[in-house]
Design a protein. Structure first.
Length: 117
């Protein structure tokens, strides 16, 4: 049977090792803690989808989807409104999510590259 003092010794050693390793990992004097983080601006291909049209000109569109596909037949006023509402809602949701992502990235980029005070 182990004595209480001999049981405490491994715990003390483990505690000291954990304290020393966490202090070393969090040390502000390490070069990695002071290394600047520079995120590049968002590339254009993230913001726009560019393709060549039939004339050879480059045509760029936002990354949001094309919209709702309308059936190839005559549609009445109610169907027109239904498709239009779906189209606008989808584009609005895409635009809002896209703008939030770009804003988050730009804020992160600004905060990470801000000089220390």
């Amino acid at each position: 049977m182990m004595s209480l003092a001999s049981m405490k010794k491994p715990f003390r050693i483990l505690t000291l090792i954990l304290a020393a390793s966490s202090a070393a990992a969090c040390n502000a004097l390490t070069p990695s803690a002071k290394a600047p983080i520079n995120l590049p601006p968002l590339p254009a291909e993230v913001l726009w989808i560019c393709k060549l049209d039939t004339d050879g000109k480059q045509v760029c569109k936002p990354t949001c989807p094309e919209g709702v596909l309308v059936p190839d037949r005559d549609i009445d006023q109610a169907e027109t409104e239904t498709y239009w509402i779906r189209d606008r809602a989808g584009l609005r949701a895409c635009r809002n999510a896209f703008n939030a992502t770009v804003k988050f990235y730009e804020n992160l980029r600004t905060e990470l590259s801000a000089p220390e005070k």
